[in-house]
Design a protein around this ligand. Sequence first.
Ligand SMILES: Nc1ncnc2c1ncn2[C@@H]1O[C@H](COP(=O)(O)OP(=O)(O)OP(=O)(O)O)[C@@H](O)[C@H]1O
Ligand SMILES: [Mg+2]
Length: 237
Amino acid sequence: MENELIIQNLSKTGATGVCFLDNVSLALPRGSRLSVLGPSGSGKTTLLRMIAGLDMPDSGDIRFNGTSILDLPPHKRNFGMMFQDYALFPHLDVFHNIAFGLKMKGMPRQKQAPIVAKMLTLTDLEGFENRKVDELSGGERQRVALARTLAPGPRLLMLDEPLSALDRVLRKRLLNQLTQILSRLHITTIFVTHDHEEAFAAGTQIILMNQGSIVQQGSPDNLIHHPVNDWVKSFMA
Ligand SMILES: Nc1ncnc2c1ncn2[C@@H]1O[C@H](COP(=O)(O)OP(=O)(O)OP(=O)(O)O)[C@@H](O)[C@H]1O
Ligand SMILES: [Mg+2]
């Protein structure tokens, strides 16, 4: 399959000389689902922010459909990123939260409505359009955030720890729900987590990061049964 997103030798060093990303390369076929797994501070969010255009690398390239996107500002990349805390607008109802990106694009209200309706169906939120987001459960909020990210039709979907704001019991149930929604979409997806179970459920390929580097890339089976070193072995245990 043709690679849609290609990341070549991305590196970034902070002012203190600490390396946040160290020569990270990867290639994602169109429609694939990648999990980025790694402990806290391993560079997962930094990598997503660079792909989104919110952060610039010191060196390396990011290519999408054969063209470098490094010079494109975030809104011209047409990528969707869902943040860990969802970043919903508490003063807006569900409809206006989901429609936010469409409004920003200058889309007239009558064109927004059918897209929002489609997103409500996709995320099992029909009938919620007039609800205030601060009156929703954690799981409902998560689905509003996903619907808002998907509404503008992004070319790439990035989810940064989408379940971490939820308690443990909910996480498991919502992991199922979320992976079901993701499998209905045919959009290239990057799912960031520090939890193996989530990484394995969400991605067919996994990259395991530590200290800014990719330590191992492979299928869940590959990571469990063929760890490349003792660090991977103990992280996967
Ligand atoms: N703009 C920045 N300024 C200073 N340090 C930064 C900056 N961005 C990232 N870092 C550092 O880079 C390292 C990687 O951070 P990052 O947020 O990417 O990790 P993470 O894998 O997402 O961790 P977590 O699982 O805790 O979210 C950390 O040591 C962090 O402190
Ligand atoms: Mg992070």
